[in-house]
Design a protein around this ligand. Structure first.
Ligand SMILES: NC(=O)c1ccc[n+]([C@@H]2O[C@H](COP(=O)([O-])OP(=O)(O)OC[C@H]3O[C@@H](n4cnc5c(N)ncnc54)[C@H](O)[C@@H]3O)[C@@H](O)[C@H]2O)c1
Length: 441
């Protein structure tokens, strides 16, 4: 069968499933995108996207109704590939991974799976789940033998939201296949859009690659955030130290400090590793501490805001605080607010301050207002503001003339540049701005 005779069922039309489905369709593959939420399917059938991802709407308009179809379920046996892209959150009370979505997605395939078909897991899962839970369940419920009657593997998703369509094609795809035949089937499909397929010895290597990848990032960000906190206490500027350490010194790549680490992945994947360590009787202190630092940095920032207002003798309740950036990151641009640390900041400040204002170029106003924050333009937000906090590095926040904007702000204005986007010296020349960042008190 040539690649264009393949039909792929992608289960889960979230950030990951939809971008993969669109990429496959663009590569000339027939795709059925399945979700269990009616609104999602209705919206996609109208060729509309329900979250912001550059280029996605264009692909949807091009392929929907042609080689990209959407459905609330699987209704026939026409697909020969099934890719599971549903969510794998963690339980907020126990920090343990919740597997019910991949389980129900896998179960929904069973009546339609036939000899020769291929099942691929794309969702991030704890090590061992693909083989021992999903493949085994398929075998026992269908009587089909994995690696012989149906083919199986794990190909983790590593794209970054905001640049997903480019990265699907140009970052390496890690392939963990059950056996050689499974590897061939996976290669045939993924090579339709990506030339860098990295084969690892087995499924478990691929599963762990994904978790280790994201945990590494979380740990390095926590290192920066902890160093930033030390610098604040010492009255030093972490950003100067970081840049100096990294400058022309190849062995270092100390990341920038941040107002905490948000998003749906880095906030949970390290806990999947912690859970694994527990089973292995290994202390996971490094991973747990990193998470704790990244979860609490924003509260340190919130306390700093309140302390500074108090020190200036301002009435906190009557003070106007303007927050820029509600998506969990600014670059690449996304509308995704899941686990954004701005939400934690707002929830912390809300009981103290009744005048919270917000702006985000990518997030819709209703989502911000649902947090109890009034939305405004950047110019309006600065007007009479006692505090302005730039929470993410969205391109709209760069190149702003802060001195000019601050002319209509309260006097003095506490300006917190969490991503060091602006020239501190330049801003300091203006008498009415007290400049601060993460890593500079
Ligand atoms: N978002 C990212 O940037 C990213 C990056 C890499 C990996 N991942 C991983 O990819 C997976 C998916 O993440 P996401 O952000 O796309 O999640 P999401 O929550 O945006 O989307 C999941 C979708 O699956 C649907 N769904 C749930 N059960 C279903 C079922 N039985 N059948 C069909 N659809 C079903 C949901 O309705 C939802 O639309 C997760 O494991 C995540 O950790 C995400």
């Amino acid at each position: 069968m040539g690649k264009n005779n393949d039909k792929v069922c992608v289960l889960g039309m979230g950030f990951i499933g939809l971008t993969l489905a669109a990429t496959l369709a663009e590569a000339g593959v027939k795709v059925l995108g399945v979700d269990v939420v009616e609104d999602v399917i209705t919206t996609l059938k109208k060729k509309k996207i329900y979250f912001y991802e550059p280029g996605l709407e264009r692909l949807l308009k091009k392929h929907a109704g042609r080689n990209l179809e959407f459905s609330l379920g699987i209704f026939d046996k026409s697909c020969n590939y099934y890719i599971i892209c549903v969510g794998t959150p963690i339980d907020p009370d126990t920090n343990k991974p919740k597997l019910q979505y991949i389980e129900s997605a896998a179960k929904s395939i069973l009546p339609y799976l036939k000899k020769g078909d291929t099942v691929i897991l794309r969702s991030t899962v704890p090590m061992g789940i693909s083989r021992n839970f999903i493949a085994r369940m398929i075998e026992s419920d269908t009587g089909l033998k994995s690696g012989k009657d149906f083919f199986f593997g794990f190909v983790p998703e590593r794209t970054v939201e905001g640049n997903a369509l480019y990265e699907q094609k140009f970052i390496p795809q890690i392939v963990g296949a059950l056996n050689k035949e499974s590897a061939k089937k996976i290669d045939r499909l993924f090579s339709t859009f990506n030339r860098q397929l990295l084969h690892v010895p087995d499924i478990e290597h691929a599963e762990l690659c994904k978790i280790i990848d994201n945990t590494y990032r979380d740990v390095t960000f926590a290192y920066a955030n902890q160093m930033a906190m030390i610098c604040e206490e010492l009255g030093l500027d972490f950003n100067i130290i970081r840049q100096t350490c990294n400058n022309n010194y190849q062995r270092n790549n100390i990341p920038a400090a941040s107002p905490g680490v948000g998003g749906a992945c880095l906030t949970k994947d390290p806990y999947i590793l912690v859970d694994l360590c527990k089973k292995l009787n290994i202390h996971a202190e490094l991973i747990k501490s990193a998470r704790e630092i990244n979860e609490t940095t924003v509260f340190h920032l919130a306390k700093k805001v309140l302390n500074r207002l108090t020190a200036l003798g301002k009435n906190i309740c009557a003070s106007k605080i303007f927050i820029m950036g509600f998506a969990f990151k600014g670059e690449p641009e996304t509308s995704d607010m899941r686990f954004s640390t701005t939400i934690d900041l707002v929830n912390y400040l809300k009981p103290f301050c009744s005048r919270l204002y917000g702006y985000d170029a990518a997030v819709n106003a209703e989502s911000i207002e649902a947090l109890g924050v009034r939305t405004s333009s950047i110019e309006e937000g600065f007007k009479e503001a006692d505090v302005v906090i730039v929470m993410n590095s969205h391109k709209n926040h760069k190149n702003l003339n802060i001195k000019k904007l601050a002319k209509v702000a309260g006097n003095p204005l506490i300006f917190i540049d969490c991503w060091n986007l602006y020239n501190k010296q330049e801003i300091a020349k203006s008498g009415n701005i007290i400049y601060s960042s993460v890593g500079l008190y």
